[in-house]
Design a protein around this ligand. Structure first.
Ligand SMILES: Cc1cc2nc3c(=O)[nH]c(=O)nc-3n(C[C@H](O)[C@H](O)[C@H](O)COP(=O)(O)O)c2cc1C
Length: 185
């Protein structure tokens, strides 16, 4: 699959059916994330891949109501870090940026593997950290919800969620966020 096709294929799908997750699945994703660039090669990203039946059920208790669809996840990846793990250049803190880049690599790898990898912000951070054994001083930046895309989203979703399942939410035009030579005043 070429790069553009991979980017097009990645979607934050919500209609998920079960898929088998193994240590090999985890290793493939982590190996891709580790190639990501980072400030001074600090590699501030940390991941906890939760797919055991009981641990996964515990993490699911931390999901926000609006993310009920994620109860069908076969794996939830906790993405965590803290500012001390990365550069702080006169107040420009890089831990979120670098962890975000590595997690983008990870999501694209999951897509290539035929999986859905949907990042969410809607969860109770304290509860999820507790369930995942993450140190309280870390920031749990996102949970990546992993599963297999279901053939019939209409059996799983309704309303706006079903609508966005079938059609990617609109994006700004490239020239709304990109400027050449100088940002116009
Ligand atoms: C940081 C972040 C937080 C998000 N939080 C949620 C969330 O809590 N629940 C949800 O259903 N989708 C969540 N999303 C998915 C976005 O809604 C989705 O990526 C966006 O609508 C674009 O759709 P697409 O990824 O399919 O192109 C989140 C995405 C990101 C990157």
């Amino acid at each position: 699959m070429d790069f553009q096709e991979l980017v097009e294929r990645r979607r934050a799908y919500r209609a998920l059916k079960p898929v088998e997750i193994t240590e090999e699945t985890v290793k493939e994703m982590a190996e891709t994330a580790r190639k990501s660039p980072s400030c001074f090669n600090n590699q501030p990203w940390r991941y906890v891949f939760v797919f055991g039946e009981k641990p996964l059920a515990e993490v699911k208790k931390a999901l926000a109501k609006g993310n009920a669809w994620a109860q069908k996840a076969s794996m939830i990846i906790g993405v965590f870090s803290k500012k001390e793990l990365d550069c702080d250049i006169k107040g420009r803190e890089y831990f979120l940026f670098d962890t975000g880049m590595a997690t983008a690599f990870l999501q694209l790898k999951a897509t290539e593997m035929g999986l859905v990898a949907h990042p969410i912000a809607g969860f109770n951070e304290e509860k999820a950290k507790e369930a995942m054994g993450i140190d309280p001083e870390m920031r749990l930046i996102t949970l990546v919800i992993v599963g297999k895309h279901a053939e019939k989203p209409e059996d799983y979703l309704e309303g706006k969620q079903l609508e966005t399942e079938n059609k990617r939410p609109p994006r700004k035009e490239w020239d709304e966020f990109s400027f050449i030579d100088r940002v116009p005043s």
